[in-house]
Design a protein around this ligand. Sequence first.
Ligand code: IYR
Length: 231
Amino acid sequence: MEDHKDTIQLEGHTHVRYYKESYDEADMLERSANFYKWVNDRRTVRDFSDKPISKEIIDNIVLSASTAPSGAHKQPWTFCVVSNPELKSKIRQAAEKEEQESYKNRMSDEWLEVLKPIGTDWRKPFLETAPYLIIIFKKPYDLDENGNKKNNYYVNESVGLAAGFLLTAIHDAGLIALTHTPSPMNFLSKILNRPTNERPFLLIPVGYPSEKMYVPHLKRKSLTEIANYYE
Ligand code: IYR
């Protein structure tokens, strides 16, 4: 348990004692293997049910995402949670317009070829079916009360980490998500009326899975393909 009373002062700043629970080796082995098995079961899914989700669940998921580490603890992110049907419809229309252009004219033949096994196209019905769209905005800088810019640091790294935490929290709740990247994404700033210091980063529909869903038959890289150990 955290005890906020045990503090020290470092260069005039308060540091609180942090207690991190440890496990014995056998437990660590079991826990790490179980976590891998659980997280390896997460899939990106496009077949959403329209079944509603209570807002409290989404609140917890967003709060979990915001526990990610960030440069100088600036938490340079805003999560826009869209359940309003008119807004979802506007977002779908604008995303499909951009995606149609991308699939027809902007994406290279090589790119379209590697996407074939994934089975995507310009149509994005999930943007209306999924009960929630979470749009993550990154904040390259904050604006103080007087409108002055205050720089943030390692913004892409920080927001990428928060997105990872978000997807993990969604998986933990038993829900599905899709990391969607309509491109260019500036229509999201306009539709959601975001301030000038926020840039769209990822659009993540969240929901229950539809009754029968299929995902591409993909294989993840093996440990030797992804890791090098220097002993
Ligand atoms: N943004 C498009 C295309 C797309 C690109 C990649 I790389 C993917 O892994 C999947 C899709 C879309 O969302 O359809």
